[in-house]
Design a protein around this ligand. Sequence first.
Ligand code: FAD
Ligand code: NAI
Length: 473
Amino acid sequence: MSTKQFDVVVIGGGPGGYIAAIRSAQLGFNVACIDEWKNDKGGPALGGTCTNVGCIPSKALLQSSEHYEQLNHHFADHGITADNVKIDVAKMLARKDQVVKQNNDGIVYLFKKNKVTFFHGRGSFVAAKDGGYELKAGEEVIFAKQVIIATGSNARALPGVPFDEENILSNDGALRVGATPKKLGLIGAGVIGLEMGSVWRRLGAEVTVLEGLPAFLGAVDESVAKEAAKVFKKQGLDIQLGVKVGEVKSSKKGVSVAYTDSKGEAKTLEVDKLIVSIGRVPNTIGLAPEAVGLKLDERGAIVVDDECKTNLPGVWAIGDVVRGPMLAHKAEEEGVAVAERIAGQHGHVNFNTIPWVIYTSPEIAWVGKTEQQLKAEGVAYKAGQFPFLANGRARALGDTTGFVKFLADAKTDEILGVHIIGPFASELISEAVVAMEFKASAEDIARICHAHPSLSEATKEAALAVDKRTLNF
Ligand code: FAD
Ligand code: NAI
C-alpha cells in the first residue's frame, strides 16, 4: 500500500489544531489532522483540552451552578421564591457531558464539510524525507509536506504529588466530581482555581484556596483585582495568599495539606478533595521530536519565532505547546495565521489585543495594558472608570457589581487597555478589542451611539470618564 500523501498534516485536534486544519483546507490544501483524545467509549473526541476538559465543560458547570446560586440567593429580590431547591449533581454532569459531545460532533461535521482527513491515534515524527516528513498517524505511516504541531498542554502537578483524579484532582477530575464535597481545597488562585472554586462553592462546598504569591491576581489590573478579592471574600471563598505548600497526604478520608501561611505559621488544611491548579506545561509526549531534531526550550515548549516557525523547514507549532498565553482563541488565531502563511499569505496575530476572561461571577475581562504595567513602563496615561451601579440595565438585571475602566494615552488618547469586572464582561470586552485593533481613541468610543438601556453604555461612559465628562455618574 502506498503512503498517503498530504500537503498539510496537523498533529492535535484542539482549538489550535482543528482550526488550522479547516483554514488550510479552505485554502485548497489536501489536509489531515491526527488527534489521540479518547471519549469514554474509546472513540475520538475532537476539540482537545478546551472542548473535553477545559473551556466548554467548565463553562457548562459554571452556568448550572450560577442558576442554582441565583435561585437560592437572588431570585427572591425579583419576588420569585421556591421551596426545597435541590441540585442533582449527576444530572448537571450529564448535561455538561452532552454539551461537550455536541462540540465534539460539531468538529467531526466541520472536518467532513471541509474534506479534512482525520486519523484517530497518536501522531509522531518518523523521519525527514523528500523535502517533507514521514509521520506515524496511529498505526499508519503518512507523508506531509508541511506539519503544524498543536499538541497543547497538560496540568502541572505539585512536585512529588501526582494526580490520582480521585482525591487529588487536575482540571480533568475537577470536572467530574460526582457529589458536592463538604470541604474543597484548591492550590493556586489562578483562572482554574477561581472558576472551579466558584462552581463548587455555589453548590455548597466550603472552599479554601491556597495561593503561593503574596498578591491576588497579579496579572490583572490592580483595581480590578482589589474589587474581585472583596467580592469573592463576601461570597465565602477563603483565599489565602503568600502560602508555602508542604506535604500533601491523601487517604480514604480525604486530603491533608501542610502549609505555612503568610505569617510563617505552620498550618494544615483538611479537605475531601484537592484541586491542583498551578499552571500548565506544554505537551510533546509521544511526538518524538528527537527523530527529526525539533528544538524544545527548557520548559518543554516547542521553540518558535514570531510566525510560529520551528527550527525545521516546513514544521510549525501553535497554541499551548508554544510561548504566549495558554488560551483557546490565541491558539485558533495562530492556526489561521499559519495556514495562511503556508499559502503564501500574510497571516498575522496581534498579541496586544488578545482578550482575557475569567468566568467567575462577576466576570473579569481585560485587553491591553494594566495600570501597573503603564506605570512600570513610564507611559503617560489617563484613566476613566464607570461603575455598573450607575447603569440602568445593570440595575434592572439586579447585578450592579464592578465597573469598566479605560486607560488611554495622555497625549494621543489612543486606548491602551480596558478592564471590566461585572455582568457579561466576557461579551463587553469585544468592543474594546475591536476598538484597540482599529487603534481607536477613548473619544471615538465616547462618541459612538450605544443602545439604551444596555451594559455597553458603561463602556461608553468609562470612555467619557477618561476626560472627566461622564453623563450618568
Ligand atoms: P489542546 O486543546 O490541548 O489540544 C491538543 C490536542 O492534541 C489534544 O486533543 C491532545 O489529545 C492532542 N495530542 C497531543 N499530542 C498528540 C499526539 N502526539 N498525537 C495526536 N494527538 C495529540 N481557554 C480559553 O481561551 N477560554 C477558557 O474559558 C478556557 N477555559 C479553560 C478551562 C480549563 C479547566 C482548562 C484546563 C483550560 C482552559 N482554557 C481556556 C485553555 C484552553 O483549553 C487551551 O488554551 C487550549 O485548549 C489550547 O489549545 P491547543 O489546540 O493548543 O491544545
Ligand atoms: P494560572 O497560571 O492561571 O494560575 C496558577 C496559580 O497558581 C498562580 O496564581 C500561581 O501563583 C499559583 N501557584 C503556582 N505554583 C504554586 C504553588 N506551588 N503553591 C501555591 N500556588 C501556586 O494556572 P491555572 O489556573 O492552572 O490555569 C492554567 C491556564 O489555563 C491558565 O493560565 C489559562 O491560560 C488557562 N485557562 C484559561 C481560562 C479562561 O480563559 N477563562 C480558564 C481556565 C484556564
